[in-house]
Design a binder for this molecule. Structure first.
Ligand code: AMP
Length: 217
């Protein structure tokens, strides 16, 4: 069982790398952002609560995400392990996760911090979009589909951009990361779980570095 957290600011590449590790290691990507966006799309009670908060670049209440993650980890597909992407986002969530994993007897294997400069993050986030059908990620400058307007992965021709991927909201999301999420790095360093990866490298090099770290986990 391999239970990993990918930590890093918005746009660091957590989702991209989580999807790759999912394939190589048979683990499940648990992205609270994706789960919340699914609820917003469904216009569920939770989605209605979360929508405005997400569009403002703030964090949704801890109790909501802690509950979602706790239920999701209990699903049978998580028994080989999981990759947390976007959770925990603050110290309260990190402590709740510890308690939850100790109750479930599913200890953390590693916490991987993906380090990227703020200037690069804004550029990455503002240009990104994804295939509406399969979720494959693209970027206006850095990762265009081979054939314009057609998804490389599934051939679909409809793409979508996140509402919170605009310059103004990104500023707020980065501020929230530095104020609330970065303080959990020393928490995991003290537990001897934290490893750093240079997220400015090309995507494949980042994957290789993470896979190398997981070998020793
Ligand atoms: P992400 O897809 O991880 O960038 O998350 C998008 C947005 O969803 C965030 O800006 C928050 O509003 C919300 N969100 C995602 N994960 C969490 C979390 N663990 N705690 C609070 N809010 C979250």
């Amino acid at each position: 069982m391999l239970n990993i957290i990918l930590l890093g600011p918005p746009g660091a590449g957590k989702g991209t790398q989580a999807k790759r590790i999912e394939q190589t290691h048979g683990l499940v990507q648990l992205s609270t952002g994706d789960m919340l966006r699914a609820e917003v799309k469904l216009q569920s009670e939770l989605g209605v609560k979360a929508k405005q908060i997400m569009e403002a670049g703030e964090l949704v209440p801890d109790a909501l995400v802690i509950d979602i993650i706790s239920n999701r980890i209990d699903q049978p597909d998580c028994k080989n392990g999981f990759i947390l992407d976007g959770f925990p986002r603050n110290v309260v969530q990190a402590k709740a996760l510890d308690q939850m994993l100790s109750d479930k007897k599913a200890p953390l294997s590693k916490v991987v911090e993906m380090v990227v400069d703020d200037a690069a993050l804004t550029q990455r986030i503002v240009g990104r979009y994804s295939c509406e059908a399969c979720g494959a990620g693209y970027h206006d400058e850095f990762q265009k589909p081979k054939q314009a307007g057609i998804c490389d992965a599934c051939g679909a021709d409809k793409f979508t951009r996140r509402k919170d991927d605009n310059a103004e909201t990104v500023k707020q999301r980065l501020a929230v990361y530095h104020e609330q999420t970065a303080p959990i790095l020393p928490y995991y360093a003290d537990m001897n779980l934290l490893e750093k990866v240079d997220g400015m490298q090309p995507i494949d090099a980042v994957t290789d570095q993470i896979l190398g770290l997981l070998k020793s986990a």
